[in-house]
Design a protein. Structure first.
Length: 171
């Protein structure tokens, strides 16, 4: 009899989570960098989407977006329904990310980045609200739990976030 394989189990792989966690040091806190910006018109004023403007990611955020696809963090599931129901727990209060597992990180990342396709600024909102920084922070914690990270920090206790990321930050 073939063993049933949980499609979410791959997100518990410490090596996969560590590769995600490495972005915590590359894409810093909200006050250090924005994930992108709205284009400006010839007059220097911001052109919002209803004015024909477009949101553009920074090069680093664009690299991160490609990383998510390349490394399989963009999960094939009904992210829209999930986001409107269970996912709202973390959207409303990013501090709750402190207890999630790798599979939930994958669901959150998928929902955030796929939402961007239909609603420019979804990534910016996730960044500004503290949700994306909390995801990076939690990935770091899961990757280093019970061990000493290269910066000398020890992640322990089973729940938590890397101390560098302020939550509920509004840009």
């Amino acid at each position: 009899m073939a063993k049933s394989k949980d499609p979410w189990a791959r997100y518990a792989d410490p090596a996969r989570v560590a590769r995600l966690a490495a972005w915590a040091d590359r894409i810093r806190r909200p006050e250090d960098v924005a994930p992108g910006s709205w284009e400006t018109g010839p007059d220097g004023r911001v052109r919002w989407c209803w004015d024909g403007g477009q949101w553009g990611w920074t090069e680093e955020m664009d690299r991160f977006h490609r990383f998510l696809y390349r490394e399989g963090w963009m999960a094939p599931f009904d992210w829209g329904s999930w986001l409107q129901d269970e996912g709202m727990t973390w959207v409303r209060d990013p501090r709750r990310v402190a207890v999630v597992d790798g599979a939930t990180l994958a669901r959150l990342l998928t929902a955030i980045f796929r939402s961007e396709r239909f609603s420019e600024g979804a990534v910016l909102e996730a960044w500004s609200s503290g949700l994306l920084p909390a995801i990076f922070s939690r990935a770091w914690f899961l990757a280093w739990e019970g061990r000493t990270a290269p910066d000398g920090t020890v992640a322990s206790g089973g729940r938590g976030l890397r101390p560098m990321v302020p939550l509920n930050h509004r840009a």
